[in-house]
Write a protein that binds this ligand. Sequence first.
Ligand code: MGD
Ligand code: MGD
Ligand code: SF4
Ligand code: MO
Length: 739
Amino acid sequence: MANREVVYSTCKSCHGGCGVKVTKEDGVVVHIEGNPDSLTGGTMCSKGLSSIQHIDNPYRLKYPMKQVGKKGEGKWERISWDEALDTIADKMKAAIKDYGPHTIAISQGTGRGYNRYTMRLARSLGTGNAITPGYVCHSPRLGLYALVTGYGRLYCDYHGWGGEFPKTQIMWAKQLEISSADSEMCYWYMRSLDYVKNLIIIDPRASAYATRANLWIQPRPGTDCALALGMMNVIYEEELWDKEFVDNWTFGFEELRERVKDFTPEKVSDICWIPKEHVIEAARMWAIDTPGTIQVGSSLERQANCGHTLRAITCLMGLAGNIERPGSMVSWVLPDTGLIEDFNLELPITDEMKSKIIGGDRFKMGATRTCNPDTMVKRLLAGDAPIKVWFSVGGQQIVHMANTKEVVAAIERVEFMSHTDLFMGPMAEAADIVLPAAHWLELDDVYDMHPRFMIEAHNKVIEPPGEAMSDAWIFNEIGKRVVPDKWWDTVEDMLDYQIRRGEGPDGGPLKWKDFSEKLVSGCWGPDQVYYKYKTDFWREGGGFPTPSGKFEFKSNHLESLGYDPLPVYAEPGESPVSTPDLFKEYPLVMSSGYRQPFYFLGQYRNIPWLRSFMEFPTCQLHPETAKLYGVEDGDIVWIEGPRGRIRQKLRTFPGIKRGVLMATANCFYPEEPAKGYHGVFISNPNVLTSNDHLDPMYGSPDLTCLLCKVYKAKDEELKEEVFRNEEYGFVPPHSQEDM
Ligand SMILES: Nc1nc2c(c(=O)[nH]1)N[C@H]1C(S)=C(S)[C@@H](COP(=O)(O)OP(=O)(O)OC[C@H]3O[C@@H](n4cnc5c(=O)[nH]c(N)nc54)[C@H](O)[C@@H]3O)O[C@H]1N2
Ligand SMILES: Nc1nc2c(c(=O)[nH]1)N[C@H]1C(S)=C(S)[C@@H](COP(=O)(O)OP(=O)(O)OC[C@H]3O[C@@H](n4cnc5c(=O)[nH]c(N)nc54)[C@H](O)[C@@H]3O)O[C@H]1N2
Ligand code: SF4
Ligand SMILES: [Mo]
């Protein structure tokens, strides 16, 4: 009889958060399903369900290794953990001594629950040069929410805990049904749709719910700020704003009126290429049918006008009084463990650290706690070597940053880089040392990502393969070697510390062992608090935690930093309007968001179950647009822009705006050789994106609004690389079985 055991845990095969029930037999995971008693009601997606194929995967890194050839040559030799960690720690110590701690960069990819370790390591070493994709993903919205309301974490209240569900919901450049868990979990969103009166989708391309929407607006990519200003214009003209909220709790209402005066529905129709009626209808639904929520998507943050776009959208929330009201945009009361992020925030970022942040002098909203990665690339290329040692954990900067050619050239110039990952991939190939990370089924940790009303437990189900170790262990080991007073003896001590403010079963501090059994701790249902600004919650006598004590339509703080204090529209760096000559040669507006349900950014093309859904990255064109350029559904097409060209498979789709091309982003091919960084130049839209046009506040590049042309790839151009494969069946070249 097999020895069968069930372990409850939390998935993080994406940003994470779904409660799971894992069955193992004789130490092998045989089944994964959702935990029906968890906050996500037993639901899971294809990525989480495929986790069994992540564990025993031929691309898994199992041992620390050092690169014995040149970067990108793929020549590796196994080393011990001690040699790997000591080498990295010695490099860090030498950099601190010779050049200063700011020459060390600590990087991660999108949030995987170890953000707080990345930031703590950076701060404990004394460097402000953490590198994250936050500047194209979430940081702008959190920063702007904080600027306007004083509190950065505004979430959509889909839960009905305050007695109301949102009557109007806007999905603005967002497909939450696929991108869950991002801000909110789609489980709660989907349930709330039973109660919605107006579902508004703002997306040039039909996402899954577009046909169900009461209003689907298809703006030209990169023009969303104009749409938000136009909706506000209608709200002012028709006097639809929330009088009680505006009169008592806001600052700058008249100045904003003046600012949006010119943005008539006619003008917005011209800028966004949409019917003017859509602007009017959306404004009326939003301001009349309250409460309402706006789910912001990160396509809006991957633009060089993202600061003002997010600011304009936040102002829209305030005009309709959709703040802190049940069924609107709310800031959650935290679990009794408090903000787990305090684990890093408790180490202050000093003025000295701030002054050395790369890009900090230019991007005064964004590069304050992390560096501006595009500026770092430019400086590395210019030869002034601002980074000597790069400790990279779980991000694919080579794939995800704008202008791949420059990014590769810059990263190859970094004197010493280590990379920690589950799988072999482009960033690992660029590293001098790679460290093997444990999968979520193989580790204990506290899950603390979105949303902020609960934390959950990742419980170890099985042992990691080879010598892989948890990220928490790796961070702690590096920390201990370089700044021992800021780190812990064991991972368990570190976990206990993070949740110490929670209450344990004996009334004392909550300990990891008890939390691990408890699985979740949080504040939800009737315990949540709404209308905090009407109480002493943020300030005595009520109000917001902003300089004026009000919800700030106008920001004097922004003005003091040299920015416009009110939202302002700017065209993308390359567009039919800003670069009309270029538009003649590249007549399509291109965007490169659009998440795929079975991939997570660059991840999972090595997972057979998931790869079988989409062998090659696809791009979409309207059938009429495709006809115009002589390409057909199923063609492998070249997508070409001023900086290069890539190939993707064309899918014609009547649901996409004419004249717009949508490409799958974050593409590389694990099965392609190390040389060329696993095919990072073949299909990745960042070969085409520019790192020259950056948002003045956040430094974000235009990843979702550029220009391109499209044409069919010739047969002889498909003989090489991945496109030669007629059928699915890739062979991993990187098996570590024999190491
Ligand atoms: N053109 C274009 N560019 C984009 C985007 C776009 O839409 N268009 N999107 C942008 C956005 S929003 C983001 S967030 C970035 C994302 O960029 P990245 O976060 O860099 O994306 P991934 O390809 O998922 O890389 C994550 C890496 O982490 C590894 N990993 C996963 N889990 C763990 C773990 O638990 N521990 C460790 N150590 N490693 C782990 C994975 O194997 C993978 O190698 O890309 C950005 N770039
Ligand atoms: N399955 C899966 N889930 C994911 C990810 C994944 O790769 N796969 N990635 C995770 C990450 S890091 C993030 S940041 C989130 C992102 O999650 P989302 O924000 O939902 O990201 P996307 O699907 O890239 O973009 C959403 C929509 O924006 C539209 N769009 C593109 N450009 C524009 C524009 O200029 N204006 C408007 N109005 N719409 C535009 C696209 O057509 C798309 O339907 O998802 C997370 N969740
Ligand atoms: S949505 Fe994310 S957390 Fe939930 S099952 Fe899918 S991968 Fe796992
Ligand atoms: Mo992201």
